[in-house]
Design a binder for this molecule. Structure first.
Ligand SMILES: Nc1ncnc2c1ncn2[C@@H]1O[C@H](COP(=O)(O)OP(=O)(O)O)[C@@H](O)[C@H]1O
Ligand SMILES: [Mg+2]
Length: 218
């Protein structure tokens, strides 16, 4: 698979892109919006992060995430991939709509979750594991209530049909079940309930929950 370059150069992007739409943290990439030939685009960019960090971790993350976006390009429910600008930034389709964490429980139709599940299965069929689907902010509610999956920073590309992928795939699906339980509890399927039962066996869960509560209090 050939590497793909973004359709504009950094200089033009720097002068035309809007401000970061994500939380501004030194260890997080900026996500800056831009329109190219009328198409809404978002650039995920480590350029303004501390030098040592961006030249090591930033480069690595861009390399990993672009491989995944390229592998998934064309699947409905995944933002289109428009290519890499340089070693520190790449471009994807910008989806207009709230994050899963910003919508009211009960406001989404069951079809939303069925589509979401289909997208996850299509992603697995191309050998990609997402790894962070329990977070509602990694799902966007696009136009016409279509679900989009974003943020492949924790993702992995694995041999298709490998035992490891099949195992990890269940973790992704249980993430979707968890989101469904939160946002549309009366539409849970037997399979969802089954997947959530598996949750209890996640060994570090209790510890993580406690840490999160502690952080909230600070
Ligand atoms: N394709 C997109 N369209 C619209 N908003 C997006 C898109 N990708 C990311 N975002 C927004 O930017 C935020 C951060 O992006 P994300 O890829 O999750 O970065 P990080 O790896 O730093 O978590 C997301 O939570 C979402 O609100
Ligand atoms: Mg994220």
């Amino acid at each position: 698979m050939a590497r793909r370059s973004a359709p504009i150069l950094r200089a033009e992007y720097e002068s035309r892109a809007g401000p970061n739409i994500a939380k501004d943290r030194w260890h997080k990439p900026e996500l800056r919006p831009l329109d190219i030939e009328g198409r809404p685009v978002l650039v995920k960019d480590y350029r303004r992060r501390p030098l040592l960090y961006r030249e090591t971790w930033g480069r690595l993350m861009v390399a990993r995430e672009t491989v995944i976006y390229r592998t998934l390009d064309g699947i409905p429910g995944i933002p289109r991939y428009y290519g890499r600008m340089d070693a520190l930034a790449f471009m994807i389709e910008r989806i207009d709509g709230p994050e899963g964490g910003q919508v009211e429980p009960g406001s989404l139709s069951p079809a939303f979750f069925d589509l979401l599940r289909e997208t996850v299965l299509a992603m697995h069929a191309r050998g990609v594991f997402h790894g962070d689907l329990r977070q509602r902010r990694n799902i966007l509610v696009g136009p016409e209530e279509r679900p989009y999956i974003i943020d492949f920073a924790s993702g992995l590309r694995l041999p298709r049909n490998s035992a490891l992928l099949r195992f990890l795939a269940r973790t992704d699906l249980s993430g979707v079940a968890k989101i469904r339980r939160k946002l549309a509890p009366d539409t849970m399927t037997d399979e969802d309930l089954d997947l959530l039962r598996m949750e209890r066996f996640r060994p570090f869960r209790r510890y993580r929950v406690r840490r999160r509560e502690e952080r909230k209090r600070l």
